[in-house]
Design a protein around this ligand. Structure first.
Ligand code: UGA
Ligand code: MN
Length: 251
């Protein structure tokens, strides 16, 4: 069965290419994968197209721009609106447009900056509805996710524990059939901070239906790493002196 991996990609960061090259080289090791990359832009860019074409991974390259009223004005804090919602919804629409209702497969939302163990992709293979596992280094905790002890089930999280699904985007996968059976399930781009995952999962399952993976959610196989914003002060200074980097060299 096919394994669509859906990744939003944000063009206005200098690390965009580096993030995608790194992720592509993880995905190269995953069998039967199809990578759907959706740029937060009016049109797909040549830069991302080049990375995808050179990657050796089966891919689809799309774009969906976050509308200005859902981005917050200049200087607005980055957490004011959820990131990647528009792009993941575009990828969901593509899946619904191109895949037959009973096609088997498992869908995973892989952000460009996280760190993924190859074992994670094995664990999600057997997803029947929505499967879950812990995510390392997220929400101010060492890890966050579902736990169970002696038949009692709960969620370990340091952030808004009252959320219906206190899970990070990297902490679950969805059976393609379940997704196609719920054509209205989508990410709410106006969801309150931290509620983006719940806005989507609430249209698919109840918390009690989540299927634990990774040794009953005791193994951390994905880490919510974040890439440091590079400082380009010297570059700006060199440009002012007319000695900037060669613009023909793609970074
Ligand atoms: C956390 C979660 O891990 C994300 O899955 C969730 O989308 C996000 O919070 C949120 O709710 O806003 P975080 O590390 O803070 O993630 O977010 P980023 O990694 O910066 O962005 C998530 C994805 O969206 C990335 O693949 C990024 O390339 C993309 N993105 C980011 C856009 O498409 N547009 C943007 O303006 C910013
Ligand atoms: Mn991230």
């Amino acid at each position: 069965p096919e394994r669509p991996i859906l990744t939003p990609s944000f063009p206005r960061r200098p690390v965009q290419k580096a993030e995608l090259v790194r992720l592509s080289q993880t995905l190269l090791h995953v069998p039967a994968l199809h990578w759907v990359v959706v740029e937060d832009a009016a049109a797909p860019s040549a830069l991302v197209g080049g990375v995808l074409a050179a990657s050796g991974v089966s891919f689809t390259h799309l774009s969906a721009e976050t509308p200005p009223d859902l981005r917050g004005g200049p200087g607005a804090p980055s957490w004011l609106f959820p990131r990647g919602a528009e792009q993941r919804n575009r990828a969901l629409r593509w899946l619904r447009d191109t895949r037959g209702a009973h096609e088997p497969g498992v869908v995973y939302f892989a952000d460009d900056d996280n760190t993924y163990s190859l074992r994670l992709f094995e664990e999600m293979r057997s997803t029947r509805g929505v499967s879950v596992w812990p995510v390392g280094l997220v929400g101010g905790c060492a890890w966050s996710g579902r736990w169970s002890r002696g038949g009692v089930v709960g969620f370990h999280t340091g952030w808004r524990p009252e959320r219906p699904f206190p899970l990070d985007m990297a902490g679950f996968a969805v059976a393609l059939r379940l997704l196609l059976a719920h054509p209205r399930a989508r990410f709410d781009p106006r969801a309150e901070r931290g509620f983006l995952e719940s806005s989507f999962l609430g249209g698919l399952v109840t918390p009690g239906q989540l299927e634990p993976r990774a040794d009953n959610c005791t193994q951390v196989l994905v880490w919510h790493t974040r890439t440091e914003k590079p400082k380009l002060r010297q570059e700006e200074q060199l440009q002012r002196q007319g000695r900037g980097s060669d613009p023909d060299i793609e970074v």
